[in-house]
Write a protein that binds this ligand. Sequence first.
Ligand code: ADP
Ligand code: ZN
Length: 703
Amino acid sequence: MIAPQTLLKKHFGYEKFRPQQEEIIEQVLSGADALVLMPTGGGKSLCFQIPALMLDGTAIVISPLISLMKDQVDALRSNGISAAFYNSSQNFEEQQYILDACHRGEIKLLYISPEKLLSDIEIITKACKPSLFAIDEAHCVSAWGHDFRPEYTKLGFLRDRFPQIPFMALTATADKHTRRDIIKQLKLKNPQTFLSSFDRKNLSLEVKIGIKPKEKIKEIIDFIEDRDGQSGIIYCLSRKKCEETFEALKNEGINAMFYHAGMSSEARSSVQERFINDDLQVICATIAFGMGIDKSNVRWVIHFNLPKNIEGYYQEIGRAGRDGLPSETILYYNYADLQILNKFAGEGAMAEVNLEKLKRIQQYAEADSCRRKILLNYFSENPDKDCGNCDVCKNPRQHFDGTIIVQKALSAIVRTGEKESGSMIIDVLRGSKRQEIIAEGYDKIKTHGAGAEIPALDWQRYLMQMLNLGIIEMAYDENFALKVTPFGKEILYNKRKIDLTVLQVFQASDKKEKTKKTSTFSADEELFNHLRKIRRDFAVEENVPAYVIFSDATLDEMAKQKPMTESDLLLISGVGEHKLLKYGQAFLNAIIDFSPASNKKSKSDTYLETFNLYQKNIPIPEIAKQRNLAETTIYSHIAQLYLSGKIESLKSFVNEDEIVQVKEALDIVGESKALKPIYEQLKEAIPYHKIRMALAVLEKRTH
Ligand code: ADP
Ligand code: ZN
């Protein structure tokens, strides 16, 4: 049997396992059950994919995310692993085709949705011999969780039916309640629980408090423009806000789109797909976006408003940087958010829990110690060091004696009868003479105008600190009236002093950064962008998301290391044997071409060179070798030479019968640059190079 480590390099191109992966794989190989808790992007998939390669039979992977299955299967195939999916998006014949392949022992991993597994269990188990069961997104079994799927609760029977086969449940939701539920409902047998750290060190954390909506938009536009072409997600609270934000970005020429539950499901999947394929740079979305997407190169996530709770927030920022490269997250937080969110949270049966959760995220947003520590504490982890990668660590907060400021605010609250909202209190403090104030007689109270020297926005931020410190409370069911707590009373009556945090000035520090960032791209970045283009061409041709070809992390390493030979390229993380064969030459050529030493050839030169060798009747593989180019590249030259009239006929490559078959397939899958759909439509019976040639012939005929 080949060792796990060897398979890791051979198929996935990785040098070493991440923490826990190896132990989990061993647990499964020993035939025992496992519960795997790892954050998004932690590398859960390898934990069942590698055992699947080592065990006899087919690993059954249960996942509720039908939209992800095709990409996952494509990614495995691109690594030379035989995988398939089986779900309701396929017709009967396609399903039969897959079951037959399972029966012949040709499929190592079969992805399947829970409902399909339940309905077709008999035919599935007749067709394949399960080697292991991996239940992905296992938290869906729990009615307590945020993503309950009733079919999941019916999966428990599998454990009884297959007593000898290892089961593993995987999830990125770690709370104890959910964990117990998973074990109980899936009937896992003495499972070992593997709990990885939920720390995502590559995500920077930043919170910006009290910035006006208009400035927010301006800042975000600057932010995006500074990050040439980088993918990002902006989360907004409402559909309307999504669309507005999108409009603002579009007007600046940013390639963005919005995404929310009010759109048709087709429109939504099209947006997702374009985002995954790097066709759209920015998505303005409600929280509905992200569950069904696997895009490893999201470089930043912005929250336009305070999220409802820490679980959701952590999951949303977790969509950035799955490839492990540094990624940025920013959360904007305003007084108005608090009002809206308190209202939401205060409604419904779970009001108490929801309000408590809101308080916790508020505390996070107002933190004046390391933010990551607060997040990890929330998930019951206790790191002993500050992270150095959050805005508080980078810019330690200062405190001052805020007793007088707090007393002024408290006094205004008490003297207006604890029935006014924050905005009225601020107007009183600032000495406004607006009609309502006069009508209520608030201009006569002692604190009227007592805080005129402090701008209104700053007052908002002080009130937020006071809420967070438990000095005041907001009564969401009384028009957000502010009330003084017993702790607040102690301050008001001079029984104790209180420290406040010096307000951060965000704009000034941003301008500084901006002037730094205007430098042009380094050579490595240029090469990286060039490699991305090559990746894109392959992705279009094969009709798969770009990351299936190579991740950004892999391209980044190529751009820095600049491998010039196949063996050097194989050392790059993410380059396995299969991908080396398929894409190696194209990327090596690009890197070599890019090096300053190589004199660049123009396109027509390179065609001419191929043409000269072709004229000498040298076979294509030989031409590719001599020219140090991929065979696919040579074939595309030949097709081009044919279209331009230099080569008269392609008869030696493709016969009329094959051309007719390609034409028929093309009619079914529709016009497109991609060869893969045609290849698949033809049940892989005609190789790619012939399809390419047939398309050239067909193209010429129509002109
Ligand atoms: P999860 O399912 O936990 O969200 P994935 O299994 O999709 O995460 O893995 C996230 C990324 O990390 C993928 O691009 C994967 O190829 C990569 N990865 C996983 N294990 C390793 C490893 N040992 N070394 C390098 N990269 C890895
Ligand atoms: Zn920190």
